[in-house]
Design a protein around this ligand. Structure first.
Ligand code: PMV
Length: 343
């Protein structure tokens, strides 16, 4: 039996813009996804999910499904419309597990059955990177179980390929953060990810951010990315560019621990993301209220609901405000460790 884990993540800044080549800053968070894997005698893949569902597929069915989705992805890519891929998961949520494990077994050339148990504190589909953390932790666990000895870079590369089958054309920021951990600068240059750890530059801790669960998004990441892609280019581009500038401003502010600027960046990012059409009523409500007490707040990840990152120098006051609005706080520190095998 092997147990591996990967952290969830938040975008401090740069979601959506990152899809168009702008930089983003992400942080791994203390809520992790644990994947336990062991070989089984039969040729089945059994998965006990973090929500206590017991799924059972045959190895061949999973591998075949992963092959089919890879072909479908190529077709979608030619049309730059990934709706068909995204619909696979709307039709049946179990397909996330089928394709994830199927892809890994296919890559590793494994025909044996495996038993997988997932334990996770990362809310699913909420912008905290559950799908990436699950892929990363599964690759890490199965690579160890079958003696593949993958490097972190190889784990990250495979996880990105699974993320594409899940979401169409994601930036790769989620899987990179879940693999490498810490605080990351992320940018795609000519389609290639440039990932730099900010650990050396930003050494102090950030304890006063608050992560809020605003409820499940109404749309998937893939759909929200597609929604932004469908906007008129001359409307989208200035907002995307501004988000890129805000990422630079955020880096400087974090380095200098200039929390006034951090709040300004959060609020301006939220405004731009709202204009890109990815906010919703709960997010707007929290944003307005947090700004009302002089704090900063922005949605995290694809949006349409999900988690929100908030900051106020008086954390207690902020927490009280959020709770009085009826929302749940997710306790998770920023900057936690990347994927690892559990001892
Ligand atoms: O909501 P998440 O965790 O899936 O993050 C999506 C972030 C986007 O920038 C909207 C897309 C991406 O792949 O980076």
């Amino acid at each position: 039996m092997v147990k591996a884990s990967a952290p969830g993540k938040v975008f401090l800044i740069g979601e959506h813009a990152v899809v168009y080549g702008e930089p983003a800053i992400l942080s791994a968070v203390g809520a992790r996804c644990f994947v336990e894997a062991e070989k089984s005698r039969d040729s089945n893949v059994s998965v006990k999910t973090s929500t206590d569902h017991n799924l059972e597929f045959s190895v061949e069915e999973c591998r075949e499904y992963a092959r089919r989705l890879k072909e479908m992805w190529e077709e979608c890519n030619k049309r730059t419309d990934f709706s068909e891929i995204i619909n696979e998961f709307k039709k049946d949520w179990r397909n996330y597990y089928r394709v994830g494990i199927g892809f890994i077994l296919e890559e590793f050339g494994i025909g044996e059955g495996v038993r997988i148990i997932i334990e996770s504190r990362i809310p699913i589909g909420s912008g905290m990177g559950f799908s990436a953390a699950f892929s990363v932790a599964s690759i890490k666990a199965l690579s160890e179980l079958f003696g593949k000895g993958l490097s972190q870079e190889e784990v990250n590369d495979l996880a990105y390929r699974i993320e594409k089958l899940n979401h169409g054309k994601p930036s790769g920021a989620d899987n990179s953060t879940c693999t490498f951990g810490g605080l990351l600068w992320f940018q795609r240059e000519e389609g290639k990810p440039v990932i730099n750890s900010l650990r050396e530059e930003i050494t102090h801790r950030f304890d006063d951010f608050v992560i809020v669960n605003t409820g499940s998004p109404e749309m998937t990441t893939g759909e929200l990315v597609q929604k932004v892609r469908n906007l008129r280019e001359d409307y989208r581009t200035p907002r995307v560019k501004r988000l890129g500038e805000l990422t630079l401003k955020m880096k400087k502010a974090l380095k200098e621990k200039d929390m006034e600027s951090v709040k300004e960046v959060l609020n301006e990012a939220q405004k731009n993301l709202t204009e890109l059409g990815v906010s919703n009523r709960n997010l707007d409500k929290i944003s307005e209220n947090v700004m009302g007490i002089g704090g900063g707040a922005k949605l995290c990840g694809a949006g349409g609901g999900g988690i929100m990152l908030c900051y106020h120098e008086d954390k207690e006051r902020l927490v009280k405000l959020i709770e009085s609005l009826g929302f749940e706080i997710i306790e998770a520190e920023l900057g936690s460790e990347g994927a690892r095998i559990e001892g």
